[in-house]
Design a protein. Structure first.
Length: 308
């Protein structure tokens, strides 16, 4: 009986429609891991990290475009919130970029009568009054893709492909993880901090997988993050493959193995990620991922000197 109930619950989770609220909840799963401080606001969540650029987002108020308070609050209340966030920015890390971000569903958000469109329009106008500029670019438009155990394609066992192997990484694999972290010698310090933090996470929060080539060289990596706010869903913030090993099947090996392992261990019933370029989208489709929705991330910034 209990097993039947669990199966029904899993089916319901798999059939759960993807709504715009998922976007910031999924991104928060990784933001929560990296930011040193997280402060809830009536209109969103403030993430603070003086370790920028270890966390590329730095300091940001992620505005929840599906939050009804964003429609009912007065302009004065929102401006008071903006001022409070700026004070946190200056106190925490006065020398780096600070931003306000809004993640909205692309289709719904373009309709004038949607909550997201109204929130974006309102915040854009108020942030402009305070000297913030929309720094978004075309690549900030991306697709949310998802896969379940039923749709996952694992036609080739990654362990048997050209002698390569895939395994879950632990702290003992620190050097292998570091090698697959983007960046050069000039930023090895924050890369080291990031990889240490990544491998020290509890398995219920995050898993890291590595793919090795026939010479036992670590060449690709994937991270799967979990959040109790979106139960049953694993979120992939990034897939890394070293430049000289791209387009050779290593990324496909590591993600197909990782996804299969997550599903077999019952850690998630669905795995999702965001992709904006044709190449990665085709790669993810090759392992059975499907486009579930599209989203746009808008970022509003102003120079740090303007805060002083």
């Amino acid at each position: 009986m209990q097993q039947q109930q669990q199966q029904q619950q899993q089916q319901q989770q798999q059939q759960q429609p993807l709504d715009p609220k998922w976007f910031y909840l999924l991104e928060e799963a990784e933001c929560n891991q990296r930011a040193q401080h997280k402060i809830p606001f009536p209109f969103g969540t403030l993430f603070l990290s003086p370790q920028y650029p270890y966390w590329a987002a730095g300091n940001t108020l992620q505005i929840h475009t599906q939050e009804p308070k964003n429609l009912t609050a007065t302009d004065a209340e929102i401006l008071e919130c903006i001022a409070a966030v700026e004070r946190h920015f200056v106190e925490t890390c006065p020398s780096v970029k600070r931003s306000f971000t809004m993640t909205r569903d692309a289709e719904v958000g373009n309709k004038g009568d949607s909550i997201a469109a109204a929130v974006v329009s309102r915040w854009s106008a108020l942030l402009a009054q305070q000297g913030y500029k929309d720094d978004s670019e075309d690549e900030d438009f991306s697709r949310c893709m998802g896969v379940t155990a039923q749709t996952l394609v694992t036609a080739v066992d990654p362990k048997a492909l050209d002698g390569r192997r895939v395994a879950q990484a632990t702290m003992a694999d620190f050097e292998a993880v570091l090698i697959n972290e983007p960046g050069g010698d000039s930023n090895v310090g924050w890369r080291t901090v990031k990889c240490n933090e990544l491998l020290s996470r509890a398995e219920k929060d995050s898993l890291t997988y590595l793919c090795y080539d026939a010479a036992n060289e670590p060449v690709a990596r994937v991270i799967v993050v979990f959040s109790d706010k979106v139960p049953g869903v694993g979120f992939v913030p990034r897939v890394n493959t070293r430049d000289e090993f791209r387009r050779k099947g290593y990324a496909k090996s590591v993600i197909s193995y990782a996804f299969k392992d997550v599903f077999e261990r019952g850690l998630a019933t669905q795995i999702v990620l965001f992709a904006s370029e044709d190449g990665p989208i085709k790669l993810y489709e090759s392992v059975g991922m499907q486009i579930l929705a599209e989203h746009v991330e808008m970022e509003f910034i102003k120079a740090a000197s303007e805060f002083q």
